[in-house]
Ligand binder design. Sequence first.
Ligand SMILES: Cc1cc2nc3c(=O)[nH]c(=O)nc-3n(C[C@H](O)[C@H](O)[C@H](O)COP(=O)(O)OP(=O)(O)OC[C@H]3O[C@@H](n4cnc5c(N)ncnc54)[C@H](O)[C@@H]3O)c2cc1C
Length: 413
Amino acid sequence: MLQQAEPRRTDNDISFLGTMNFEISDEQNLILNVVDEACKRIRPIEDKCYLEHKFNDQIYPIFKETHLLGLPVSRKYGDGQGADALTYALALERVGQEGTGVRTFLSGHTSLGQLTVQKWGTDSQKEEYLPKTTRGEKIMAFGLTEPTAGSDPASLRTSFEEKGNYFFLNGSKAWISNGSIADLIIVFAYPKGKSEGMCAFLVEKEYEGFEAGAIKNKLGLPTSDTGLLYFRDCKVPKENMLGPLGKGLSVAYSALMSGRLSVAAGCVGVIEDCLNESIRYAKERVQHKKKIGKHQLVQREITKISLDLETAKLLACKAALQKAKSDASPKDNELRGEADWMIAQAKYQAANASFDAADRAVQIFGANGYSFENRPARHLVDTRVCRIYEGADQILEQKIAVKLLGSDYEAFS
Ligand SMILES: Cc1cc2nc3c(=O)[nH]c(=O)nc-3n(C[C@H](O)[C@H](O)[C@H](O)COP(=O)(O)OP(=O)(O)OC[C@H]3O[C@@H](n4cnc5c(N)ncnc54)[C@H](O)[C@@H]3O)c2cc1C
């Protein structure tokens, strides 16, 4: 006898499609045009820096001049533009076309940094830091990962101790985007001698006992900063604890939701650029007396990139809309869980699809695809990190499946 199927989750029902509105208003278009202009200014500089294998120090000033450093932050704070989640995702998609390094800067500064302060900060923390970071007076970073704690952030070793009006932090953080250029970093630590009660702190680079350096010899992202941070009795004022005492993991997980969505959106941009570049090249390059675009096996590669784009874009936009719903009702745990799950799927799909698309684009370019002179090669090495950071593939695969199987099937806690 056939078993009765479990009822489908209503939000995954086809009726959900009716609640999705991907229409872009004039106001959203205005923002996206500014993003496009900024990206056009960044491109020649990024090209040059990439080939010279050096940090692109013009990304930040260009985004500052175009008032894009606080795109999704409330207009209450400095240069915040109050963009909704979908507009912000579409903006990151455009930025992603310029390369994962360019987009990673914004993810570290805005998605992981500012949005976390906006969600968890006290009024005075928000007043102190959001205007400065949206106006481009301070760059942000998010420091969770350590040399021995990555996928399992609960195992981190950085500690804090309360003495008088300060917390003293000891430990280190590794692989932190914007880490060596940031002025303000969200840092996670346990009370000294304990492995529970994690807290988050806002650490300014001038604080005594703080030091940072850049990681060299990365596989990709040569134009983007990735830092190592050291805390040696780093003296943090008491008012700089971010979020309630002991709620550091909740702060981290909420930041990762925004961060993952930004990765998904950026990867959609990577796929779009791979598609555009592949079409352009297939119409120019002649082999066997024909434009290579006339060879059907090349057409197949273009079809696959196009399908990667459509599926990744739909999932990213769907996740962005679900996040907006959840942000509007912050106390609704069910909505938050649904957004978390959709974002995990969008990030997983887009990260893998962008790597696949870059690989296909390199193939279409042949030997020219093997040169960093052309963007497909850069995308191939740069987008690889999207399958590692902000939840590696394996972690997201388990997260996605457990939501469907039920919490009894949790592979790890
Ligand atoms: C360029 C770059 C920028 C980064 N930016 C930041 C940043 O801004 N802030 C920050 O805090 N971190 C950042 N990271 C760190 C990143 O988030 C971590 O690398 C990531 O969480 C994975 O941790 P790990 O590298 O320690 O790998 P590990 O956790 O050691 O994992 C190694 C492998 O084992 C797998 N694995 C681990 N646990 C399990 C499990 N339970 N089941 C199945 N497989 C498992 C992983 O999926 C992976 O394949 C960045 C990393 C890079 C490379």
